[in-house]
Every structure is written in structure tokens, then in C-alpha cells.
Ligand binder design. Structure first.
Ligand code: PEP
Length: 251
């Protein structure tokens, strides 16, 4: 039995338009059984949020967004307000995903503003951290993670439902997942950082999830690790049967 409620997130990335996404969740709901032990959250693209929200209303699947802006409104062409996400029923938002850091040049300061804004709007951040291959090979993993945590959480007093996702960049979309023990080591480090900065009680309640090439075959071993409280799943979250199998796993 896990100490904390297992979090299974499906990051659809830029896949499934509003019609495809609706059909996907209609089918998914037929395949999954009620399992109170897990929290299931899907993260469709912005334009798919509305149709999906209509289907999953009153179901056990929750909604999240893949990004958010740090202002409520104004002259920010192309951006999305946290208020719009709340209005659609989003409970979570992914912040600091490595694809946003890499392709859209999001830096720690922007990530910090997004986290602060989300927390003040009652959106729960899924704050992503992770080292790249070069950093791991140089033995800099924990230093990189600490730096991302320090800067991303700067001046943040309360974590209010936040989830931290450890997503080693070298494992995302590559088919090479971190070994359970490798991930667990970083998760323990993150929990210790939170304990030192926010206190033991908050750190014990915080969910730290793993992301990077998770599939139906490797997830069980990952979740056996004490410090791994769930998974953020990319590629496999749009494979209907496999994602349903993961949701239905007995833990
Ligand atoms: C992700 O997008 O957060 C992710 C972990 O992707 P994948 O599962 O495809 O590696």
C-alpha cells in the first residue's frame, strides 16, 4: 500500500484535436474501473479541453492543462489565462515541462511566476524538473535538480496540492526509462529538499511522480519504490488500451 494517493497523469502533448480527444475519453471511460486508490488526470491540448471536459464531468478522470500564463488577462497574444483553465474545470497544470524549457525557452524565472500564479488561482502545478544526459553523465544530476527547485519555488510559502514530477530529459520520449532505483534516489533528494524548506509534514504529503518512457511493463517496478508516488505519462497516454491497463493496475 502506497503512503500517498497514486497520481497517474496523461500528458497528451500536441496530439488529439477536440473531436479525437472527445472520442478517446468516451472510450477510455468504458475501459476503466473505479479505483479509488489512484488520482487520474489527463492533460489535453488547450483546444481539446472543452470537449473533453464535457465528457469527463462527474467521472473519476480529472482535467489539467499543459501550460498557463502568469497573468489573468491582457495583451499577451497566444497565451492562456489561469482563469480560463479554471472556468473549464481544470484542477492541475503542468509547469516547466522540459519540452517547454527546450523549444520555447522557458526559464526558471518564468516557471516561478507560473507556479506562483497557479497556486494563487487554485490551480495545482505539476512542476517538472529533470537533468539532461550530459548533466547526468557528468554527475551533476542532484545539483541540477536542486537549482531547478530553488529557482522554481523561489518566494513560494505554501505548496497547496502541488505535485513535483521528476522527468529526466534523456528518458522523455526515448523509450529508455530511468531505473526504479535511479529515479527513487532523485525523488528522495527532492523530498529532503522540501522537508528542509517547508517542513517534514508537507514533504511527507507531497506527491513526487516520475515521468520518462513509462509504459504498462515498467510502471509496476517504478511504483514499488517508496518515494515514487505516480507517473506522468506522455506517449502511452494516447494509446487507449495501454493507458486504460495502467489505470486499472492493482497496486
Ligand atoms: C512527458 O511528456 O512528460 C513524458 C514523460 O513523455 P513520455 O512518457 O513519452 O516519455
Amino acid at each position: 500500500m502506497k503512503k500517498r494517493k497514486v497520481f497517474i497523469g496523461g500528458n497528451w502533448k500536441m496530439n488529439l484535436n477536440h473531436l479525437e480527444g472527445k472520442e478517446f475519453v468516451e472510450k477510455l471511460l468504458q475501459l476503466i474501473r473505479n479505483n479509488e486508490k489512484k488520482e487520474i488526470v489527463i492533460f489535453p491540448p488547450f483546444t481539446t479541453l472543452f470537449t473533453v471536459s464535457e465528457v469527463i464531468k462527474n467521472s473519476k478522470i480529472k482535467l489539467g492543462a499543459q501550460n498557463v500564463h502568469w497573468e489573468d488577462k491582457g495583451a499577451f497574444t497566444g497565451e492562456i489565462s489561469p482563469q480560463f483553465l479554471i472556468a473549464l474545470g481544470c484542477e492541475y497544470v503542468i509547469i516547466g515541462h522540459s519540452e517547454r524549457r527546450k523549444y520555447f525557452l522557458e526559464n526558471d524565472e518564468m516557471i516561478n511566476k507560473k507556479i506562483k500564479k497557479s497556486l494563487s488561482t487554485n490551480l495545482k502545478p505539476v512542476f517538472c524538473v529533470g537533468e539532461n544526459l550530459e548533466e547526468r553523465e557528468k554527475g551533476e544530476t542532484l545539483q541540477v535538480i536542486e537549482n531547478q527547485l530553488k529557482k522554481g519555488l523561489k518566494d513560494i510559502k505554501e505548496l497547496n496540492g502541488m505535485v513535483i514530477a521528476y522527468e529526466p530529459v534523456w528518458a522523455i520520449g526515448t523509450g529508455i526509462n530511468a531505473l526504479p532505483a535511479q529515479a527513487n534516489e532523485v525523488h528522495s533528494f527532492i523530498r529532503e529538499f522540501i522537508s528542509q524548506n517547508y517542513g517534514k509534514k508537507i514533504s511527507e504529503n507531497l506527491r513526487i511522480i516520475y515521468g520518462g518512457s513509462v509504459n504498462k511493463d515498467n510502471i509496476k517496478d517504478l511504483l514499488k519504490e517508496e518515494e515514487i508516488d505516480g507517473a506522468l505519462i506522455g506517449g502511452v497516454s494516447i494509446k487507449l488500451n495501454e493507458f486504460a491497463q495502467i489505470i486499472n493496475l492493482d497496486l
